[in-house]
Ligand binder design. Structure first.
Ligand code: KG4
Ligand code: ZN
Length: 344
C-alpha cells in the first residue's frame, strides 16, 4: 500500500489530497480562487500566485486532517510540475519539495494533463468501481488544454491531436464574456443554454478533416458577429448553439479516433468534462461503438490534487530526491510532455 500526499497549484485552485494506491481518496481539499478572479473576469497570474502562497499551508493541513493521518502514514509527496502558470506552479512544487525534504520522503513531480486523465481511476471511500481498461483514448478538455491522447497498455502516452488555437474551456470563457456572463464561463453558459427553448440558430463547426485537431477561434468570432447584429437572437439561444457546436465537434472526433485506434475505453477529463451536454454527446457516440466511456464526477473534472496523486502513483519509480535541482515546466511541447515522466 502506498499513500501519497499530492499538491496542485497550476492555475486558480490551491489543492491537496491524500490518496492510497493512486485510487482510494482519503481526502481531497480544493481552495478555489474563483471569487478573487471574478472581479477581473479571468485569472491574473500574479494574483493567483500570491493567493496560492496564502492558501497552501492551510489546505495541506486540512487534507491531512480530513484523511485522519499523520506523517508516518505518508510514503511520498507529489506536486504538479507543469504545465501551468509559472508563478502558481512554483508555490505547490516547492511546498511539496520542502515537505518531502523535511520528512525524508521521495518526491514525485507530476504532469497536470496526465493528472486529469488519471482522475478516472479515483474512487471514494467504500466505492468499488472498475478501473478503465487500456489502451484508452483520452480527451482532456480544460481552460488551458484540449488534447487527444492515446494511453497505451504500458501507461505511456502518444499525442494524436488537440486544439490549434483556443482551448475548449477558453472558448467557453471568452464566449461567456461576449454574452455578459461571469467567470468561469463554462457553468454560466450551460445554465443559460438550458433556458433557450426551441430555436434554429446554428453556429459553424471547424472540422479540420483528416486530422485529430480542433479549432475554436472561428466559433468565437462567429458568436461575436451574431451578438453584434441589430436583431441579435436572445443570449440563451446563442449560448445553446455555441455549446452544441463545441459538444458536436469534440464528441464526433473523439468517437472517430476511438474506433480507428481500436481502444478498449474512452476517458474524458478536465474542467469542460463537467459540461452535461458534452458528457451526454460523448457517451451517445462512443457507447454506440461498443466502447465504454469513463468521465469523473464533475468535482474531479476541474483541478484537484487527488488526480495528481493518481498520476504520481503510476510513476513511483521516477521519484526524485527533493533536494535535487528541479524546475517547473510551464509549457512543454505536447509530444515531449507525453513522455516527460518516463524520460526522466
Ligand atoms: O481543468 P480546469 O479546472 O482548469 C484548467 O486546467 O484549465 O478547467 C477550467 C475550465 C474553465 O475554462 C471553465 O469555464 C471550464 O473548465 N468549465 C466548464 C464547465 N465547468 C468548468 N466548461 C463547460 N461546462 C462546464 N460545466
Ligand atoms: Zn486542469
Amino acid at each position: 500500500m502506498t499513500t501519497i500526499l499530492a499538491l496542485e497549484s497550476s492555475c486558480d485552485e490551491t489543492a491537496a489530497a491524500v490518496v492510497v494506491d493512486g485510487r482510494r481518496m482519503r481526502s481531497n481539499v480544493v481552495a478555489s480562487q474563483i471569487e478573487l478572479h471574478e472581479v477581473t473576469g479571468g485569472v491574473v497570474p500574479e494574483v493567483a500566485a500570491r493567493q496560492h502562497l496564502r492558501a497552501i499551508v492551510p489546505v495541506i493541513r486540512q487534507a491531512l486532517a480530513d484523511a485522519e493521518c499523520d506523517w508516518a502514514d505518508i510514503d511520498a509527496v507529489a506536486a504538479t510540475a507543469g504545465p501551468g502558470l509559472p508563478g502558481a506552479l512554483v508555490v505547490g512544487l516547492n511546498a511539496g519539495r520542502a515537505l518531502a525534504f523535511a520528512r525524508g520522503l521521495p518526491f514525485i513531480p507530476t504532469d497536470h494533463i496526465e493528472g486529469h486523465v488519471c482522475a478516472n481511476w479515483l474512487v471514494g471511500a467504500g466505492e468499488a468501481t472498475e478501473a478503465p481498461p487500456l489502451p484508452a483514448l483520452a480527451l482532456v478538455v480544460s481552460g488551458g488544454h484540449t488534447e487527444l491522447l492515446l494511453m497505451r497498455a504500458d501507461g505511456r502516452f502518444r499525442r494524436l491531436g488537440g486544439t490549434r488555437d483556443d482551448a475548449a474551456g477558453e472558448a467557453f470563457d471568452k464566449v461567456a464574456r461576449l454574452l455578459g456572463l461571469g467567470y468561469p464561463g463554462g457553468p454560466a453558459i450551460s445554465r443559460l443554454a438550458a433556458q433557450a427553448g426551441k430555436h434554429r440558430l446554428r453556429l459553424p463547426r471547424a472540422w479540420l478533416r483528416g486530422s485529430d485537431d480542433w479549432s475554436f477561434s472561428g466559433l468565437k468570432t462567429a458568436v461575436q458577429r451574431v451578438v453584434a447584429q441589430p436583431d441579435a437572437p436572445p443570449p440563451a439561444q446563442v449560448a445553446d448553439a455555441f455549446e452544441e457546436s463545441v459538444a458536436d465537434v469534440l464528441s464526433a472526433k473523439t468517437a472517430y479516433a476511438a474506433e480507428r485506434e481500436g481502444v478498449r475505453s474512452v476517458l474524458v477529463a478536465g474542467g469542460v468534462a463537467a459540461n452535461p451536454r458534452l458528457r451526454a454527446r460523448i457517451r451517445e457516440r462512443v457507447e454506440a461503438l461498443g466502447i465504454p466511456v469513463f468521465i469523473p464526477p464533475p468535482e474531479l473534472c476541474t483541478d484537484n490534487a487527488a488526480m495528481i496523486a493518481a498520476a504520481a502513483a503510476r510513476h513511483l519509480d521516477a521519484a526524485v530526491d527533493p533536494a535535487s535541482p528541479l524546475d517547473i515546466h510551464s509549457t512543454l511541447p505536447p509530444a515531449e510532455r507525453a513522455t516527460m515522466l518516463t524520460r526522466r
